[in-house]
Design a protein around this ligand. Structure first.
Ligand code: ADP
Ligand code: ADP
Length: 222
């Protein structure tokens, strides 16, 4: 089954149609970037895929299973990291694993901290981190349960240009190494074209898919 499939999905807020209808199939391993003007429904689309909000019409499946709420198989990264400020980086990253046996949790957290370049930051708290480190920690937390799909809503929008470019390369590297399917919203066409194996543009009110192009980027090579 497709990683994500939307059939006739639309969403209204207080009776006003904001998105759709959208028909969309995302295959496992794709890195889909989503661009479009403010208010065209990008976040609404991503939140629906996450299961944070139920679409007002249509259906969404993930690996063939209907989406009916949030699930660790779909990790989510927000523009602001939304780390728990009272927890260390390691505890934030391990948060979704707190019911797993301790040895397994510690090993997994160590692996993710290494993968995201945060090994030396394990005992720090979010306020002690730079913006880039915070987003790395948020990505590590989302990856902890081993999601099939990573949903990212303008994750680098709050970062300075230098850090953003570094993070773009890091997230592409993570995508290659973990084999996760990524759906990534951005305001930047440059970022969308640089990162995506497939670029979707949404436009209009209600927002519809107005462009859906695959890029020449090599897909997953493992
Ligand atoms: P984008 O992410 O592309 O900026 P959104 O999905 O955030 O677009 O919003 C799409 C439309 O729905 C906008 O017109 C926005 O004002 C409206 N909208 C988004 N969230 C809500 C909400 N919680 N309540 C009412 N209207 C909303
Ligand atoms: P405490 O020091 O009170 O145990 P922390 O907030 O530092 O609390 O850690 C909470 C959880 O995060 C721990 O139970 C542990 O499983 C995990 N953890 C903490 N530090 C590390 C680390 N360096 N490597 C891996 N896991 C860690």
């Amino acid at each position: 089954a497709a990683a994500i499939e939307l059939k006739g999905v639309s969403h209204s807020y207080r009776g006003r149609l904001a998105l759709g209808p959208i028909d969309l199939t995302i295959e496992a391993g794709e890195f889909v970037t989503v661009v479009g003007p403010s208010g065209c429904g990008k976040s609404t689309l991503l939140r629906a895929i996450a299961g944070f909000t139920a679409p007002t019409a249509g259906g969404i499946t993930a690996s063939g299973v209907p989406v009916d709420g949030p699930d660790p198989s779909r990790g989510f990264v927000f523009q602001q990291s939304r780390l728990f400020p009272w927890l260390t980086v390691a505890a934030n990253v391990g948060f979704g694993l707190r019911r797993r046996p301790k040895a397994e949790r510690v090993a997994r957290v160590d692996e993710l901290l290494a993968l995201t370049g945060l090994a030396d930051a394990a005992r720090l708290r979010p306020y002690e981190l730079s913006g880039g480190m915070r987003q790395r920690a948020a990505i590590a937390r989302a990856l902890a349960p081993g999601p099939r799909v990573l949903l990212m809503d303008e994750p680098f929008a709050a970062l300075d240009a230098f850090t953003r470019e570094r993070m773009q390369d890091e997230v592409r590297d993570l995508w290659r190494r973990t084999g996760t399917t990524v759906v990534f919203i951005t305001h930047s066409v440059d970022e969308a074209v640089y990162l995506g194996t497939r670029i979707l543009a949404l436009s209009g009110s209600p927002g519809r898919v107005v462009l859906d192009e695959r890029s020449e980027l090599p897909a997953l090579d493992h």
